[in-house]
Unconditional design. Structure first.
Length: 206
């Protein structure tokens, strides 16, 4: 659905998708998480959200269903922010790609707009998105979901870092920083490999 904003620039669906993107980027994760907890755990818990479990965490090995339910709203809360960022970024890249010479050549050859959008314009537009995703994924695995873990009571690296900062536990802080740095470097290496898959020019240059 993200490419629709760029593919239908100037039409009704474009501002609607961008509105969702701005909405997601503008909301702080900790505030949105507290609002979600207020609605699902208190205000509407007895009626609409009676199926939502209490805050906390259940291991996957103990109960896969409860594991997914406990992580559902933390996932959605965290995803809203990044969906907004990626939507705006991909829209700009897609609009630029649709004005490139290779797209005009593909249209001159008689290719359908759907094929041009998916096989040509979108593929090249994904390169900066892959960069952003790689950095974000590495940071999240390394503990960047700190606020989400604290708000929803999830035991993770982010919450461990938060507790270490409160207690000024320097060895734990140093360990979590090194842990985060490892995954950021690993994500960068994976992104470099994916570049060659997405952009043939990178393979030829190598």
């Amino acid at each position: 659905m993200l490419p629709l904003a760029g593919a239908f620039k100037g039409k009704l669906i474009d501002p609607l998708i961008m509105l969702v993107g701005v909405f997601g980027v503008s909301l702080p994760v900790y505030w949105l998480g507290e609002v979600v907890n207020l609605i699902t755990q208190k205000q509407l818990h007895g009626s609409v959200f009676s199926w939502v479990p209490p805050l906390g965490y259940v291991p996957f090995s103990q109960s896969p269903g409860q594991w997914a339910l406990h992580l559902l709203f933390p996932w959605l809360t965290l995803a809203l922010l990044y969906a907004g960022i990626y939507a705006r970024q991909l829209r700009g890249e897609l609009i630029n790609a649709l004005n490139e010479d290779y797209v005009r050549t593909a249209r001159a050859k008689g290719l359908s707009e759907r094929r041009i959008l998916i096989r040509h314009a979108l593929r090249c537009s994904l390169i900066p998105i892959v960069s952003l995703f790689g950095l974000d994924f590495g940071a999240l695995v390394g503990g960047a979901a700190l606020l989400t873990e604290v708000v929803f009571g999830l035991p993770g690296v982010g919450k461990l870092t938060y507790q270490a900062l409160q207690n000024l536990d320097l060895p734990v802080i140093m360990g979590t920083v090194l842990y985060a740095a490892f995954f950021v470097v690993l994500a960068n290496a994976v992104v470099d490999v994916l570049y060659a898959r997405l952009d043939p020019r990178v393979r030829h240059a190598a």
